[in-house]
Design a binder for this molecule. Structure first.
Ligand code: ATP
Ligand code: FE2
Length: 315
């Protein structure tokens, strides 16, 4: 069975094609970016509308499949940026009508988790999901995803992007922060873990103040990384201890960060768990993961419309 997936929850418009053996046949995306101003909703929609047909054509040609071979269309129904979700849903509806394929709306967060589990062939991991909007430690228990801990305010990726704007970096800022951090040294920042939850907005305020006082970009980048990643290593370790699970899987765009992976890998090694990550093309927002999640949910999900605030523990 071949499934076509559409991703459009935020900055990325993607079309992915997967078969039921878990093979990625195509995973094409085009992401909105800007040198200043962050993610402007109108511009994101405009971007998605402009690139959609080309991304679709590229995906079909890369996968060497025709519409006749595709079983159905999976799309990201939520959660996400409302206008971006609608842009994707309208494309999904259009292609569904044009090619006579049914729609399966899936949860974008669940897709990040499922693709990571499939690619690494895992049994039952603790998931650390760190992207722009989301920062959650998740387990699967009693037939449902459980959020064991999460950010009490903004996601770590958004925090890094906001911090990036303050120090004059473009969007997304994560990769540049990682580069600058290599030349920095440690300065003290607030460390905010409450039970299993984390909070990043206070750290953001603090680094803004320090930047205005003249602390270097490099030192701030290094220290933000060290503190925020340590906070997440701490709650992840506690989740492993509490559940007695032996696999830790990092998903979401912030998972591209090498220092973050290193810290989690060391923590896992020390407690005889195994650390896994996802190749970047499948870890960031992408549509292959949407196709795969669609395959897993094809019997329970249908046209779900747009669900802007759909939580992973409601799946
Ligand atoms: P979701 O809808 O699941 O929250 P998302 O739209 O935020 O996803 P992702 O592609 O999963 O998108 O993650 C994007 C985030 O990852 C951005 O905030 C970006 O700054 C951050 N990021 C990317 N590369 C790095 C890196 N090397 N280090 C730190 N953060 C990074
Ligand atoms: Fe995402």
């Amino acid at each position: 069975m071949i499934v076509l997936g559409i991703e459009s929850t935020a900055h990325t418009f993607g079309v992915g094609i997967m078969n039921s053996e878990g093979e990625v046949l195509a995973n094409i995306f085009d992401s909105y970016s800007s040198t200043e101003g962050g993610m402007v909703p109108d511009k994101v929609v405009q971007h998605h509308e402009e690139v959609a047909e080309k991304v679709l054509a590229d995906a079909l040609s890369k996968a060497k499949v025709s519409w006749e071979e595709i079983e159905f269309i999976a799309y990201s129904a939520g959660p996400g940026l409302d206008p971006a979700l609608w842009a994707g849903y309208k494309k999904a509806q259009k292609w569904s009508e044009k090619y006579g394929k049914k729609l399966v709306g899936v949860n974008h967060c669940a897709a990040h988790l499922s693709i990571g589990k499939e690619i690494n062939e895992l049994e039952d991991p603790v998931y650390v999901y760190v992207s722009g909007v989301n920062t959650q430690v998740i387990t699967f228990d009693g037939g449902k995803y459980r959020v064991m801990g999460e950010t009490l305010d903004i996601g770590l990726g958004n925090m890094l992007d906001k911090f990036g704007r303050v120090i004059g970096l473009g969007f997304p800022a994560g990769p540049d922060i990682e580069k600058l951090a290599k030349k920095g040294k440690y300065i003290e920042l607030p460390y905010v873990v409450k039970g299993m939850d984390t909070s990043f907005s206070g750290i953001l305020s603090k680094v803004k103040q320090l930047y205005e006082k003249g602390v270097s970009k490099e030192d701030l980048c290094f220290s933000v990384q060290e503190v925020c990643f340590a906070m997440l290593a701490e709650v992840s370790e506690r989740a492993l201890a509490h559940t007695s699970k032996k696999e830790l899987l990092l998903v979401g765009g912030v998972g591209a960060n090498k220092r973050f992976c290193e810290m989690l890998a060391i923590m896992c090694q020390e407690r005889e768990a195994k650390f896994y990550k996802v190749p970047m093309d499948l870890a960031r927002d992408n549509a292959a993961m949407i196709a795969w999640e669609g395959f897993l949910r094809k019997d329970t999900h249908g046209d779900e419309g747009v669900k802007t605030f759909w939580r992973v523990d409601e799946v």
